[in-house]
Design a protein around this ligand. Structure first.
Ligand SMILES: *[C@@H]1O[C@H](CO)[C@@H](O)[C@H](O)[C@H]1NC(C)=O
Length: 354
């Protein structure tokens, strides 16, 4: 059964999944997918609980299927605009949120760490609140990335408003490049032993807890069990609503589970629902006969493509098949990173159809 996935939003918005069918199981999932009372997925909501070791074999998304940085950042703004309220401090101004974007670009260039990954970890840690308070377990975790005893913060011994741009940059740098006291994402990616993009999920888990469980299962051990699954969802289009991951069961999974598990209230990630950037689903446009495929090329598309189709608002895979006279098998085969349920079409990008 293929869900119909509607395109929504403006040119910067990805076509994120909004299946109209009530249950979605990704075609590549295996086992453990007996989920009842699965909810409809709304645009930007949690899609899949990822279990196991972070590998592509276990169904974890490769970086070719991550949302482009600019699109992911814009869709995260709604959350960032209100995320400080969970800490009882003034919300980000638009200027401060713009400074975060600049900071991620700057620090990604300095360190070589993928900016999409920096953004996902920052959202996981603080939901992008520039005045996130310092937390403390074995050591201080200050700022936007709740890093390892870094110097920069806009909320320790008093709240700074506005939060200076240099401080924002340094908070991103402390979490990404590391501090004298501890590793940042760059070092953790270097220490991760997995193959390919599995390293990102291992590094995410280590960023949360310092180490991997000996089993390699990212949902087990002394850690926030849903951390790595949450990060994988952020990278592939989770921008609003609660985590669909159950911290008590994720460690028993060895692969992915499609659908949004109804929140039991036991999720270990506090997420404030996003507003502002989420668009209502677009209504279906009248039938057309393909297009010239002149949009920016989808990065996972076949190098030897002979015909292109540019995804438009209101498109979902079955529509693309009709309009571009192709088949789902061709679409999936010619565009690596496209999910089996077609829930991650990027609006405005050209996909290979022949
Ligand atoms: C932050 O934004 C949220 C959502 O708009 C709002 O409810 C809250 O009052 C704001 N907090 C402050 C301190 O302005």
């Amino acid at each position: 059964m293929l869900p119909k996935v509607l395109a929504a939003g403006s040119a910067i918005t990805l076509v994120s999944g909004a299946p109209t069918s009530s249950i979605y199981f990704p075609s590549h999932s295996h086992g453990h997918n007996k989920i009842h009372n699965v909810q409809k997925r709304t645009s930007g909501s949690y899609l899949t609980t990822f279990g196991g070791d972070g590998s592509s074999l276990a169904g974890w998304p490769g970086s070719s299927s991550w949302i482009p940085f600019d699109s992911a950042f814009e869709q995260s703004r709604g959350m960032m605009r209100q995320s400080c309220s969970q800490f009882g401090v003034p919300n980000n101004s638009d200027g401060e949120t713009n400074d975060i974007k600049d900071a991620i670009n700057i620090v990604s260039s300095e360190t070589g760490v993928d900016k999409r990954f920096i953004l996902a970890i920052m959202m996981q840690e603080s939901n992008g609140c520039v005045r996130a308070p310092t937390t403390s377990y074995s050591h201080r975790n200050p700022g936007l990335m709740q890093d390892h005893d870094g110097a920069a913060t806009c909320n320790e011994n008093g709240v700074q408003n506005p939060c200076p741009k240099n401080t924002i940059i340094q908070m991103i740098r402390d979490g990404t490049a590391g501090t004298p006291a501890g590793d940042g994402l760059k070092q953790l990616l270097g220490r991760a032993t997995g193959s390919g993009d599995q390293k990102f999920y291992q590094a995410a888990r280590m960023y949360n807890s310092g180490s991997l469980d000996p089993s390699g299962n990212l949902g087990l051990g002394v850690a926030t069990h849903c951390y790595a699954s949450d990060v994988a969802n952020r990278l592939t289009g989770w921008f609003a609503g609660p985590s669909g991951c159950d911290p008590n069961s994720v460690g028993q999974l060895t692969g992915t589970v499609g659908g949004v598990i109804p929140s039991t209230g036991s999720g270990d990630t506090a997420v404030t629902p996003g507003t502002g950037t989420q668009q209502p689903p677009a209504t279906e446009s009248p039938p057309e006969t393909g297009n010239s495929g002149s949009g920016e090329r989808y990065p996972g598309a076949s190098q030897s493509c002979r015909r292109w189709y540019t995804v438009q608002s209101g498109d979902w895979c079955e529509k693309v098949e009709q309009k571009a006279h192709t088949t789902l098998e061709k679409l999936l085969g010619l565009n690596s990173g496209l999910q089996g349920d077609c829930s991650n079409l990027w609006l405005g990008y050209s996909y290979c159809v022949e």
